[in-house]
Design a protein around this ligand. Sequence first.
Ligand SMILES: [Zn+2]
Length: 146
Amino acid sequence: MTPEQLVNAAREARTRAHAPYSAFRVGAALLDEHGGVHLGANVENASYGLSCCAERVAVFRAVADGVTRFTQIAVISRGGVAPCGACRQVLNEFAPDLTLHLADETGPHRTLTLSTLLPEAFGPAQLTADVAEHASAANPRAARTD
Ligand SMILES: [Zn+2]
């Protein structure tokens, strides 16, 4: 799948956004390692805090379908803005090396990486190290290698 095809898939997903309060419609198309595409659109709620961005909708749909490894995402919005901080963190959980294609409704896209948007990210590796450290502190014999 070319970046242009992924961008077009995100444009199609954007048409299904539920954004009656902000009118800021966003579409996302998340490409997995096997070439599958997982779509998302932002879903707003009258209780604003319950709203969810298109990027996270795409990730959560994919994870619910059993897919957790991604290579690229296309995000379409007015102005071609970058994902919010919450979405950057959620994307980092599954794809710290992700490539992003950002575009507006009709124009060309720009490409960047998640590590550019979320430098020194906190992720699963930090928790894994912490768990191992805790386990060895609680049971020093378990940490012995001899
Ligand atoms: Zn977001």
